[in-house]
Ligand binder design. Structure first.
Ligand code: ADP
Length: 797
C-alpha cells in the first residue's frame, strides 16, 4: 500500500474549490484546501505537497505573487504549480505565469479529464521521488550499520590488546563485553557475558558503594567512576580505578551503551594508604609518652589497613620476649590466637619469626606462607591443624631498634584479605618501626630527663653545698647551697677547672683514693678562703663513673662556737685561778704555826681572802647571768627608777676601792632627770660594770667623767675615760660574749669578756641601747640610753 500524497488547491472562491475537489476526488489522494495565497503558504510549512493548483486572481496575494514566494523557499522550490485562470490566454499573462514558476497553465472552465490527468502525472512523479529518497536513506542506513560493526570489531581488537581491563555494557548497565585482560586477571573462563559476573570479583567491602554509584550514574547518564578492589586469579585483591562513559548516537539522544575501563592503581593506592597509615601512627606515637600504650594503638591501626594481623613484642630486661599487643579486626580470632599461643608458647630460641628478628635485628619477609613452613613450625598435628585454621598467607616482621639496641619487633600477617606482602610493604613496616623506636627513645629520654630534673630539684633544695667535678676536674654542678655557703655564684665556677676557678677550695677537697668507687670519703673541717671571709667547711666526696661529687657543710659558726668554748675555758680558768691562788696562799700563811703573825698581817690576809672570794663570786655570778640570758630564763622587773640616785650611789661605792691615780667625776646634771623604766638592780649592774671597766682599762690613770642628761624620750648616761681605748674595728665586737681585746692591747688586764655582753643584753630587754665611741684624743666613751618611764607605766607600777 502506498501512502497518500497531498494536493494543495488554492482558490478564493469556495465553489471553485468544491468543483476542483470533485474533479480530483477519484485520484484517491489527500486534498488540502486553501482560500488565499497566505493560507497556501501556511499549509506548505506544515506538510509536504505533491502538486499545487493555484488560482491566479485572488484578493491579497494573487497567484503569481504566491508562486514567487513558494519558489523562494528551498523546501518548496521544486513543487510543481499549475495555474488556473479565467482570464483570456494573452501572451503576456501566460508568460507571467511561467516566469513565476508554473509548470502548466489551465484556463477555466477546464476539462475535468485533462486536469485530473495532468495532476495525476505530477502526483506520480512526486511518489517516484519519494520512493527514490526512501531507497537512498535505506542504503545509507545499511552502510552505517556495517561501518559500525566494523569499527566495533576494530575497537574490540584494540581493547583486547590493551593492558588494562575494558568492558562495555548496555544502557541497563549489564556487561556485554569484557576484554582479554579481564579474563586473564580474574581467571574467569571466557564466554559470552551474562552481564553481572564483575560483581563476584569485587571486594565485598567495596561492593555496596560500587552498586550505589552505578545505580546513580545509570539514571543520570553521568560518567561512572569508582575505586574498588578486584579479586585476581590467585585470590588476592588489587585496587583498580573503574571508569565508564555513556555513548549516544547523538548528543541528546538516549544512551546507546557504556564503555568502561579498570586501571590497576594498587601501587599508588597502597602507597597513599601506607602514607596515611604512617601519618596516623605518627600522631599516635607522638601523642603519648607511654610508649607501650602507643604501640598498642599502632597495632590496632594496622588492621585491617596494612595487615590482617599485627603484633608487637618487646624484649624484657631478663631476655624474655613479652607480647605487648596482638590485633585483628575480629576479636574472636584474637582470643583464638592468644589461646593458641598460650597452649603452644613460642620457642624463644626459634630460628624464625620474632625471636630471630629480635636476635639478629634484621627484618624478615615471607611473601607466601607455604604449608611446609607451617609444618616446620607446628609442634604436633593438632597444632598444625589450628594454625592452618588461621589461613595465614603472607608475613613480615621488623625489629624495633633504639640506639643500636633491639628492644622488640612488630609483626604483620596477611590472611583472609588474600594480601601478599612485597618489598614496598616491608619498607612501610620498617618506617613504622623506626618511628615507633624513636617514640620509645623519646619516652625513655623524657623519663631520664624527668628523673634528672627531680634529682636536680633535690640537689637545689638541699642545705648542703653540692659540687660535681667531671674527670677533668671541671665544675659541672654547683647548687644553690654551694653559692649561699661560699658566696661564690655558679657562673663564676661552672665549666671551669676548680683549681683555676677557686684554688683554695680545690686544695681543701679531700683526696679520693683510686678505686674507691662509690664509697664516700668522710669529711674533715678545713678552712677555705672565701671572697668575704674565711669559712670552715667539712667536705666529703664520692667518686662515680662521670666524675666526683662533693658535698660540704658550713662549719664556720660551729667552729667559732668551739673556739669560744675553748676561749672560755682558758679565760675562766685563768680568771678563777688568780683569786683562788690568792685565797689559797693567804689561808696557808694564816695556818702556819712556825710564823708569828701580828694582828695587822692577819687582818690583811683575811681581807685578801674576802676580796678574792667576792671576785670569785662576781665571776661565777656573771657566768650564771650570761647563761640565764642565753637561755632566756632571766626575770626582768620593769619599774620607775630614779637613775640619778642610782648613778650617784654606784659612783660612791666605786670610789671606795678606787686606785690612787684614777679620778671619778660625776657631773651633776643641771636640770631634772625624769624617771626611767628599768629593772633597777640590773640597771645598777650595767652602770657598775661600765665604771669598773673605765677604771680597769685606765692602767695609767686619768679622769673618768660620768654624765647624765635627758635626751628624746630617754635618759642618756655617758662614761668617758682616758685609758687604753677601743680600736674602731673592735667597737662592735667587744659586746660579743667572751670577746676580749688582744692581751697585747689590754696589757694583760684580766677579765671574762662577759661584762659588756651582759650590759648589752640587759639593756636590750628594757628597750635601751649601748655603744662606744673614741674619747677625744685618748680613751673611750661608753653611752647608754634608757627609755623614760611613761604615765601609763607609772600607773601600772
Ligand atoms: P672583761 O673586761 O671582763 O674582759 P668586758 O665584756 O667588760 O670583759 O669587756 C670586753 C673587752 O672590751 C675587754 O676585754 C676590753 O678589751 C675592752 N674594754 C671594755 N671596756 C673598755 C674600756 N673602758 N677601755 C678600753 N677597753 C675596754
Amino acid at each position: 500500500m502506498t501512502d497518500r500524497v497531498n494536493i494543495l488547491l488554492v482558490d478564493d472562491h469556495e465553489e471553485n474549490l468544491v468543483a476542483l475537489g470533485a474533479i480530483l476526488e477519484p485520484l484517491g489522494e489527500t486534498l488540502v484546501l486553501a482560500h488565499s495565497g497566505e493560507e497556501a503558504l501556511r499549509c506548505l510549512l506544515a506538510q509536504e505537497v505533491a502538486v499545487i493548483l493555484l488560482d491566479a486572481q485572488m484578493p491579497g496575494l494573487d497567484g503569481f505573487e504566491t508562486a514567487a514566494l513558494i519558489k523562494q523557499r528551498a523546501k518548496t522550490r521544486t513543487i510543481p504549480i499549475i495555474f488556473l485562470t479565467a482570464i483570456s490566454k494573452e501572451e503576456e499573462h501566460v508568460f507571467r505565469g511561467y516566469s513565476a514558476g508554473a509548470v502548466d497553465y489551465l484556463l477555466k472552465p477546464f476539462d475535468p479529464n485533462v486536469l485530473r490527468t495532468k495532476v495525476a502525472v505530477f502526483v506520480d512523479l512526486h511518489r517516484k521521488n519519494l520512493e527514490l529518497r526512501r531507497q537512498a536513506e535505506l542504503s545509507r542506513e545499511s552502510e552505517l550499520t556495517s561501518a559500525r560493526r566494523e569499527s566495533e570489531q576494530r575497537y574490540r581488537a584494540l581493547a583486547d590488546a590493551m593492558p588494562k581491563i575494558v568492558w562495555t555494557a548496555g544502557p541497563d548497565g549489564k556487561a556485554t563485553y569484557y576484554n582479554r585482560r579481564w579474563y586473564e586477571y580474574t581467571g574467569l573462563s571466557p564466554g559470552p557475558p551474562t552481564g553481572d559476573e564483575w560483581i563476584s570479583v569485587v571486594h565485598p567491602d567495596d561492593l555496596q558503594r560500587t552498586l550505589d554509584i552505578r545505580r546513580e550514574t545509570l539514571s543520570t547518564g553521568e560518567i561512572f567512576e569508582v575505586e574498588y578492589r578486584f579479586r585476581s586469579a590467585d585470590g588476592s585483591y588489587r585496587w583498580h580505578l573503574g571508569r565508564a562513559v555513556p555513548l549516544r548516537h547523538d548528543d541528546t539522544g538516549p544512551i546507546d551503551f557504556w564503555v568502561g575501563t579498570a586501571t590497576d592503581i594498587d601501587a599508588q593506592k597502597r602507597t597513599q594508604q601506607s602514607q596515611e597509615f604512617l601519618l596516623r601512627t605518627g600522631a599516635v606515637l607522638a601523642e603519648s609518652l607511654d610508649y607501650r600504650r602507643a604501640l598498642q594503638s599502632v597495632a590496632r591501626l594496622a588492621v585491617p589497613e596494612i595487615a590482617d594481623w599485627c603484633s608487637v613484642d618487646l624484649l624484657e630486661e631478663d631476655g624474655s620476649i613479652h607480647p605487648l599487643a596482638l590485633t585483628h579486626a575480629d576479636p574472636a580470632k584474637v582470643t583464638f590466637a592468644t589461646e593458641l599461643a598460650e597452649r603452644y608458647p613460642p620457642d624463644p630460641a626459634a630460628d624464625t619469626g620474632v625471636p630471630r628478628v629480635i636476635r639478629n635485628g634484621e627484618a624478615e619477609i615471607v611473601p607466601d606462607i607455604t604449608d611446609e613452613m607451617l609444618e616446620a613450625v607446628a609442634v604436633d598435628e593438632l597444632h598444625l591443624g589450628l594454625i592452618r585454621e588461621l589461613g595465614l598467607r603472607s608475613y613480615m616482621c621488623v625489629p624495633l631498634v633504639v640506639r643500636e639496641d633491639v628492644v622488640g619487633a612488630i609483626s604483620f600477617v596477611a590472611a583472609e584479605s588474600g594480601r601478599r606482602f612485597d618489598n614496598a610493604d616491608l619498607r612501610v613496616a620498617e618506617e613504622l618501626a623506626r618511628r615507633a623506636a624513636t617514640a620509645i627513645d623519646n619516652a625513655r629520654l623524657y623519663r631520664q630527663a624527668e628523673e634528672r630534673a627531680q634529682a636536680a630539684g633535690v640537689l637545689a633544695a638541699i642545705g648542703d653545698g653540692v659540687v660535681l667535678l667531671d674527670e677533668e676536674r671541671v665544675v659541672r654542678l654547683w647548687n644553690k647551697a654551694a653559692t649561699a655557703i661560699t658566696g661564690i655564684p655558679g657562673e663564676a665556677v661552672l665549666g671551669k677547672r676548680i683549681s683555676e676557678a677557686w684554688t683554695s677550695f680545690a686544695e681543701a677537697l679531700p683526696r679520693i683514693p683510686v678505686g674507691s668507687y662509690g664509697a664516700p670519703v668522710p669529711a674533715d673541717s678545713i678552712p677555705v678562703d672565701a671572697p668575704a671571709r674565711e669559712i670552715w667547711l667539712s667536705i666529703s666526696g664520692v667518686e662515680f663513673e662521670a666524675g666526683t661529687v662533693y658535698a660540704f657543710r658550713d662549719l664556720t659558726e660551729e667552729r667559732a662556737l668551739e673556739q669560744m668554748r675553748q676561749d672560755l675555758v682558758a679565760t675562766v680558768s685563768h680568771e678563777l685561778r688568780t683569786p683562788l691562788a690568792a685565797i689559797y696562799g693567804s689561808a696557808l700563811t694564816l695556818r702556819r704555826t712556825d710564823l708569828e703573825l701580828d694582828e695587822t698581817i692577819r687582818d690583811k690576809l683575811l681581807d685578801v681572802i674576802s676580796e678574792e672570794s667576792s671576785r670569785l663570786a662576781d665571776i661565777v655570778n656573771d657566768l650564771l647571768l650570761a647563761s640565764q640570758l642565753d637561755a632566756g630564763t632571766l626575770q626582768v622587773k620593769i619599774e620607775r627608777c630614779d637613775v640619778r640616785e642610782l648613778v650617784e650611789s654606784a659612783v660612791e661605792s666605786a670610789r671606795t676601792y678606787l686606785p690612787e691615780h684614777v679620778k671619778l667625776e660625776f657631773e651633776k646634771p643641771g636640770g631634772e632627770i625624769p624617771p626611767v623604766a628599768a629593772d633597777e638592780g640590773q640597771l645598777r649592774q650595767v652602770v657598775a660594770n661600765l665604771i669598773d671597766n673605765a677604771v680597769k682599762y685606765s692602767p695609767e690613770g686619768g679622769d673618768v667623767q660620768i654624765k647624765l642628761e635627758p635626751a628624746s624620750r630617754c635618759v642618756r648616761f655617758s662614761i668617758a675615760d682616758r685609758g687604753l681605748g677601743v680600736p674602731a674595728s673592735e667597737q662592735a665586737r667587744i659586746f660579743e660574749k667572751f670577746y676580749r681585746l688582744d692581751p697585747a692591747m689590754t696589757r694583760g688586764i684580766g677579765g671574762t669578756g662577759l661584762g659588756l655582753y651582759i650590759c648589752r643584753e640587759l639593756l636590750r630587754r628594757i628597750d635601751g641601747r649601748i655603744w662606744v665611741e673614741p674619747n677625744d684624743g685618748r680613751g673611750s666613751v661608753f653611752h647608754v640610753e634608757v627609755p623614760v618611764a611613761t604615765e601609763r607605766k607609772r600607773t601600772a607600777a
